[in-house]
Design a binder for this molecule. Structure first.
Ligand code: ATP
Ligand code: ATP
Ligand code: MG
Ligand code: MG
Ligand code: MG
Ligand code: MG
Ligand code: MG
Length: 254
């Protein structure tokens, strides 16, 4: 290929567009497993919650946090994870395509890469994929409400799924019957079914399932030197109330 031929072709580059995230906004990247309903069935994941898969999700998210230091906080539940880049990040010049595709592909490859750590000899039967989107939030309140929304979603789904699978697995109802039984029930009624029919106090269910997982960075003493270093820590706590944000005020200040 001669040099003047390359010059002849390279005008096509000018057709590319560069969409940049609005300055001064929190950048949220949310990824979500593609067709995980099927993925979970095929891999015989435990219902309603398979601990291994949640831990694998958390491990993959920690890998993303390590690679992208401008992520202040991440929140995960079910087959989804949200990553929040600090407001003034200049990563990839805030180019949307770059941010989104780099996060989602690193997450997806990590999920396959770390699979056997959590699933041992149980084979990964096909390469799983994830979708991704970017949402910009201009205020701290918007960002907190976004995270509140995801954690409230985790709670509602988990309460429903916990009763649903108790009815199916412990009472022998068909999935259709269980669905019918739960149609229109309020939270209180679901709690009551769990307690009266199965002796389960929902409050005592694992926080990993009820709350999802939040990843943040904390300054720790490095045991190998007299320096400090930042490490990612995972918590399964409430992030809707003010307590979390008071204790970890630096998240919104970084
Ligand atoms: P889509 O491609 O539109 O996201 P989906 O089948 O992945 O389709 P979701 O709304 O993302 O739909 O739902 C995720 C599904 O994966 C749910 O059925 C949920 O119960 C299941 N799931 C996710 N994580 C786990 C887990 N750790 N244990 C058991 N089931 C899980
Ligand atoms: P960026 O993250 O910006 O894409 P990069 O290092 O991947 O950074 P590219 O412009 O994508 O930069 O260049 C890809 C690099 O990988 C080049 O240096 C190229 O020579 C090398 N490379 C890609 N494929 C092969 C291959 N099959 N064998 C040897 N080298 C390769
Ligand atoms: Mg979806
Ligand atoms: Mg999904
Ligand atoms: Mg989902
Ligand atoms: Mg290249
Ligand atoms: Mg490259």
């Amino acid at each position: 290929v001669k040099m003047n031929q390359i010059n002849k072709f390279d005008y096509v580059k000018s057709y590319e567009t560069e969409d940049r995230c609005l300055p001064n906004c929190w950048i949220v990247v949310r990824i979500d497993g593609k067709n995980f309903h099927k993925f979970c069935d095929l891999h015989n994941l435990e219902k309603p919650n398979d601990k291994r898969s949640l831990e694998l999700m958390n491990r993959s998210a920690a890998c993303v946090m390590k690679e992208f230091q401008d992520i202040n906080i991440a929140y995960g539940q079910s087959d989804e994870y949200s990553f929040v880049f600090k407001k003034d990040t200049t990563m990839f010049s805030r180019r949307k395509d770059k941010l989104l595709t780099n996060v989602v592909s690193l997450f997806a490859s990590s999920f396959s890469y770390f699979w056997s750590i959590y699933f041992g000899s149980a084979k990964l039967l096909y390469p799983p994929s994830f979708d991704g989107r970017i949402v910009l939030y201009p205020t701290d309140k918007n960002l907190r409400d976004y995270l509140n929304w995801r954690q409230a979603d985790a709670h509602i789904n988990n309460l429903y799924n916990t009763v649903f699978w108790a009815l199916v697995n412990k009472k022998g109802l068909t999935t259709v019957e269980a669905q019918e039984r739960l149609k229109g029930t309020l939270s209180g009624e679901k709690n009551e079914i769990l307690f009266k029919e199965f002796g389960i106090n929902y409050n005592n269910e694992p926080a990993l399932y009820k709350k999802g997982t939040v990843l943040i960075r904390k300054v720790m003493n490095d045991p190998n030197s007299d320096r400090t270093r930042k490490t990612t820590i995972a918590m399964n706590c409430d992030i809707i109330g003010d307590d979390f944000w008071k204790e970890h005020h630096e998240i919104l200040e970084m």
